[in-house]
Design a binder for this molecule. Sequence first.
Ligand SMILES: Nc1ncnc2c1ncn2[C@@H]1O[C@H](COP(=O)(O)OP(=O)(O)OP(=O)(O)O)[C@@H](O)[C@H]1O
Ligand SMILES: [Mg+2]
Length: 282
Amino acid sequence: MADEPMLAEQNGAIPVAETARPFYQAVGNEEAVFKAAHRQGLSLLLKGPTGCGKTRFVEAMAHDLGRPLITVACHDDLTTADLVGRYLLRGSETVWVDGPLTRAVREGAICYLDEVVEARQDTTVVLHPLADHRRQLPIERLGVTLDAAPGFGLVVSYNPGYQSVLKDLKDSTRQRMVAIEFGFPATEVEEKIVVYEAGVNPATAAELVRLAHAIRRLETGGLREVASTRVLIAAGRLIVEGLSMREAARAAITGPLTDDGAVGRSLNEMIDVYLPELDGAR
Ligand SMILES: Nc1ncnc2c1ncn2[C@@H]1O[C@H](COP(=O)(O)OP(=O)(O)OP(=O)(O)O)[C@@H](O)[C@H]1O
Ligand SMILES: [Mg+2]
């Protein structure tokens, strides 16, 4: 099928052993929960708003556990065959090519289904026997059922703010998964993250985080998502490039957060209140 090359690229396993640990600052006990669940062969549900560190967390955990990480960005056209595999024509031969989920099951990798809410239910049904105590992947087209290799882990993430397909996951399956809820990090932790990721100085990071707190406290509708750690980092990167703090925040925070003129203006007013006019002292 036409989309195969894209999948193959996007789902390439990342070799873990020789790479440095991805920078991840623990926010609570999430690392202990993840590792305990993994040792017990329990699947994980990561819930949290966009840009709060779910993907980075999984990368760090895969590294710590010494498992390859196979990530699948889910979308509504994703089919079971995209996950499990399919027969492809190679020259005059028909060959079976494993999908990312099957590779993870065979290799004992961590399979991370990012934004699993985007996938349709007829696609995610294949996860049920894998997510629970059976840890098996039935491959109908091959007429086999694979037992997951030791070290295999299934991790799915979703944003509970969006419509959730997980409502449609059987309760029996959901209850065999362990959930970790992510929020935004505590002030000092988030400041450290912004300093590390954007390269700004601590004072600048503190001002950006203070602005984010103010935006997160806004009770007005208007915003689908509040300012995430990710947008603060983007603002910090613009500041490092020489933009003023206000310019950087308008471009990296207001713009991505809203298209609504009035909401945008009130965000910009908050930016003017919370950030100095001067360049972020670098
Ligand atoms: N606890 C953290 N430690 C280190 N970096 C973090 C942390 N939280 C957020 N970040 C930073 O924020 C950025 C966004 O995080 P990430 O991509 O993991 O978010 P996400 O929760 O997966 O978002 P989405 O739901 O949109 O996929 C990361 O690139 C990283 O720089
Ligand atoms: Mg992510």
